[in-house]
Design a protein around this ligand. Sequence first.
Ligand code: FES
Ligand code: FES
Length: 170
Amino acid sequence: MNETHSIDLVVNGQVVSRQVPARLLLADFLRQDLGLTGTHVGCEHGVCGACTILLNGETARACLMFAVQAQGCELTTIEGLTPEDGLSPLQQSFCGHHAMQCGFCTPGMIVTAEAFLARGEPVDAESVREAMSGNICRCTGYLPIVEAVMEEGRRRNLESSGAIDRPGAK
Ligand code: FES
Ligand code: FES
């Protein structure tokens, strides 16, 4: 039996209503139904972090949820964290530090780092490593990733202290 359910949710600020099979994974829903292929699927059992999204503002593994479980939720994927006209400051920092090789892990890394930086906690090498410990990179090594997140944390501190302007501010 291929039972389906109707779901209504908000994805990257857009209201989405769909009829989905009961056992459709959220990651597959995002990628195949909505075309949001920036959410990657690596291990499919909650270990690698490649499928990380924000669910009501908190990080979540899209491979560990069914699409129907997102009913009524607000989701943000890597596409929702990426400006239409380029890269976010955090994404630019990843580029500047060469914090990727194949890039497969990168969307999940960015989503996790954005959630960490949004909490406004102290940003140092230890706290970044702890925050990113659920995301696995198989090719770059973690030093440039940690440095990229730390640099963006420092930039945000300067921004909030008024020492530098926000991007796009006059
Ligand atoms: S694909 Fe979801 S944690 Fe690896
Ligand atoms: S850059 Fe290839 S897995 Fe991280």
